[in-house]
Design a protein around this ligand. Structure first.
Ligand code: GLN
Length: 295
C-alpha cells in the first residue's frame, strides 16, 4: 500500500517535464531540427535553474510562475529567430561565460581553437599581448585568465563592443587595458611592442553573404563580419603592417582567417617578410594563421 503515493508522485513529475519539453518542441518543431531543440531546451532550462549546462537535468522540471513567463517569452523569441545567445544575453567560450549583445559577434568555436593554439604556444611565458578588434573580449579575457602573468590589452572601434568587453573582463576579474581605436589606422608610435598580436577581424566578403544563415545576417553586427569584395584582406594587410613595427623580435602574430582565402592571406603576410603557418580547425578548414618575422 505504501508504494502507491510514490508511483503517483513519479507520474506527476514525468507529466510536468513532458509538458514543458513537449510544449517547447511542438511550438518550435517547424523552425528547428529535433537535435537543435534538445540543446536549446537544455540551455534555456540551465539558465532558468541557474545550473551548469552539463549538469542540468531536463526531465522532471517544475518551473515557478516567474520562470514560466521567461520560458514562454524565450519560445516567442526563438519563433522570431533570435539567437539563443541573445535571448539569454550570454554564451560559453573556452570554459568561461561571456555577456553578449547584438553589438558584438557571438563567440565561435573556431575562435576557441585560436585561443587554444596561442595558449599551447605561450604557456608559462610572461608576455604582453594585444587583441585587435576584441568584440566581446572573449580572446583577450580567455588568454589573460589562463596566462595570469601576461599583460593584455585589447582594442575595438565600437564603443558598444568595448562596454561589453569591459563588463566581461570585470566578471572574470581579468585586468585588461582597453583602447578605442581603428584596426585599419593604428598609429604605431601610440603602442608599445608586443610579444603577441592576435586578431579575429571581419573577413567575410560581401559576395559571400548569400551563403550565410539568416540567423547570423539578421542578428550579428555587420561591422564585425564583412569586408568589401575588392579588399577582403584589408584587415590582414593593415594589422600585419602594424605588427612589422610593433612586434618584439621573436614575437608572434596570430589571426583567425577566412577558409576560402587561406592561401591568399598566407601569401599577403609572407610578402611582408613573415614566416607563415596555416592551421586547420576541427571542421578541417584552414582557419588560423601564425606569423613570425624571419630572423
Ligand atoms: N567565423 C565567423 C562566421 O562565419 C566570422 C568571423 C569574422 O568575420 N571574423 O560567422
Amino acid at each position: 500500500m505504501e508504494i502507491l503515493p510514490v508511483l503517483i508522485q513519479i507520474d506527476l513529475i514525468t507529466l510536468i517535464s513532458m509538458e514543458y519539453k513537449q510544449k517547447f518542441k511542438t511550438e518550435l518543431a517547424t523552425l528547428y531540427r529535433d537535435g537543435e531543440l534538445d540543446i536549446l531546451f537544455k540551455l534555456l532550462i540551465a539558465d532558468l535553474k541557474k545550473q551548469e549546462f552539463n549538469q542540468v537535468l531536463t526531465d522532471g522540471i517544475a518551473l515557478g510562475a516567474d520562470d514560466e513567463v521567461l520560458f514562454y517569452n524565450a519560445i516567442n523569441q526563438l519563433k522570431a529567430l533570435k539567437p539563443i545567445q541573445h535571448i539569454l544575453g550570454k554564451t560559453d567560450f573556452y570554459g568561461l561565460q561571456f555577456w553578449v549583445s547584438p553589438q558584438v559577434l557571438i563567440p565561435r568555436p573556431e575562435t576557441e581553437e585560436l585561443v587554444h593554439l596561442i595558449l599551447s604556444e605561450q604557456k608559462n611565458k610572461t608576455v604582453n599581448i594585444l587583441d585587435v578588434g576584441t568584440g566581446s573580449g572573449c580572446i583577450a579575457i580567455s588568454l589573460k585568465h589562463h596566462l595570469p602573468k601576461a599583460d593584455v590589452s585589447a582594442l575595438d572601434l565600437s564603443l558598444d563592443a568595448l562596454a561589453i568587453a569591459k563588463k566581461n573582463a570585470e566578471k572574470h576579474k581579468t585586468n585588461i587595458t582597453f583602447f578605442n581605436d581603428d584596426a585599419l589606422n593604428l598609429a604605431e608610435s601610440s603602442y608599445p611592442n608586443y610579444d603577441v598580436i592576435v586578431s579575429n577581424p571581419p573577413y567575410i566578403a560581401l559576395k559571400e553573404k548569400a551563403d550565410m544563415e539568416d540567423l547570423v545576417l539578421n542578428n550579428e553586427p555587420h561591422l564585425a563580419l564583412f569586408v568589401a569584395d575588392h579588399e577582403a584582406l584589408i584587415f590582414y594587410d593593415k594589422i600585419s603592417d602594424f605588427a612589422l613595427s610593433n612586434l618584439k623580435t621573436g614575437g608572434t602574430l596570430y589571426f583567425e582567417i577566412n577558409q576560402n582565402l587561406a592561401y591568399e592571406t598566407k601569401g599577403l603576410i609572407e610578402q611582408k617578410g613573415f614566416e607563415v603557418a596555416l592551421f586547420k580547425d576541427l571542421n578541417d578548414n584552414f582557419r588560423m594563421i601564425k606569423a613570425q618575422l624571419r630572423g
